[in-house]
Design a protein around this ligand. Structure first.
Ligand code: FE2
Length: 280
């Protein structure tokens, strides 16, 4: 057991838990360097179609939907001009890398699979945790877009619900550069929507169970210094504003699910049988 009883109670009460100095600044630097290499090696033509808007949407859906077992780079919405060309350097235009670095890249795998993380997973209630998804989030200066208020279980659904997030600040994360915000205790309310793959499997849709607005006045900033880890409950409403500052706000996230829970085949993220989900 790595967390104290008090910390576990705090997590159960608030739906999140902030653990300062959880990873070393050097470990954060290693991930940032590796992410920069991945972007350097990435050919934008892999993901961008510039023929028509519809064509682009279809193409990007496929690129996204097939990324559950791959390492792929995704652009910021504001990165392209009307001519379809990048407005600034490639390395300043990527929104995130996802979604299986923890299985496919040795540097990310080493960071993601540690005995400390396994213990925390157990402390917050997992019996058989499996790492479903990894994302490197750049939150670029000036153009790093807002992530609107959501519950992670909307996007990674299991029966019973089981997803939890491990979020790592790889740089100081503040109100100025788009830190996380969350509604303390908001995880005690039900799931509001479900994001799913359509029947033909080539697109996605959202089913809304409750269309009431989020109580955004209850959001509090979760500012975090480099090396801080935040544990997030899958039902916790959280968001981040756009980064309009001049510096990045890099973060890394893992999403875990319970191995014994049912994982519907309509979830957007799917793994082929030869690449099963693993724990720590
Ligand atoms: Fe999230």
């Amino acid at each position: 057991m790595l967390l104290t009883q008090k910390q576990i109670e705090l997590f159960e009460e608030d739906g999140y838990l902030i653990l300062e100095d959880f990873v070393s600044p050097e470990a954060c630097e290693l991930l940032r360097d590796r992410a920069a290499e991945i972007v350097e090696d990435f050919d934008p033509a892999e993901s961008v179609s510039i023929f028509t808007t519809n064509e682009q949407t279809r193409h990007s859906d496929k690129y996204f939907l097939e990324s559950g077992d791959k390492i792929r780079c995704f652009f910021e919405e504001e990165s392209f001009g009307e001519d379809g060309k990048l407005l600034q350097a490639k390395n300043l235009s990527i929104n995130k890398i996802g979604h299986a670095m923890h299985d496919l890249d040795p540097v990310f795998e080493k960071f993601s699979r540690t005995s400390e993380l396994a213990e925390i997973a157990n402390d917050v209630g997992f019996e058989d945790p499996r790492i479903l998804q990894s994302m490197f989030i750049f939150k670029q200066p000036k153009i790093g877009g807002e992530v609107s208020c959501h519950q992670d279980s909307t996007f990674l659904y299991t029966e019973p619900l089981s997803v939890k997030g491990f979020w790592f600040a790889l740089e100081d994360s503040t109100k100025e550069n788009g830190c996380l915000w969350a509604i303390p205790g908001g995880h005690k309310s039900p799931l509001k929507s479900r994001f799913f793959r359509n029947e033909s499997g080539d697109g996605t849709a959202m089913e809304v169970f409750d269309d009431s607005a989020w109580e955004t006045s209850k959001l509090v900033p979760l500012e975090a210094k480099t090396g801080t880890m935040v544990v997030l409950h899958g039902l916790l409403p959280h968001m981040s504003y756009a980064n309009r500052s001049a510096r990045t706000r890099n973060a890394y996230t893992l999403h875990l699910i319970e191995g014994t829970a049912n994982y519907p085949e309509w979830n957007w993220l799917q793994r082929p049988p030869e690449m099963p989900l693993c724990g720590f």
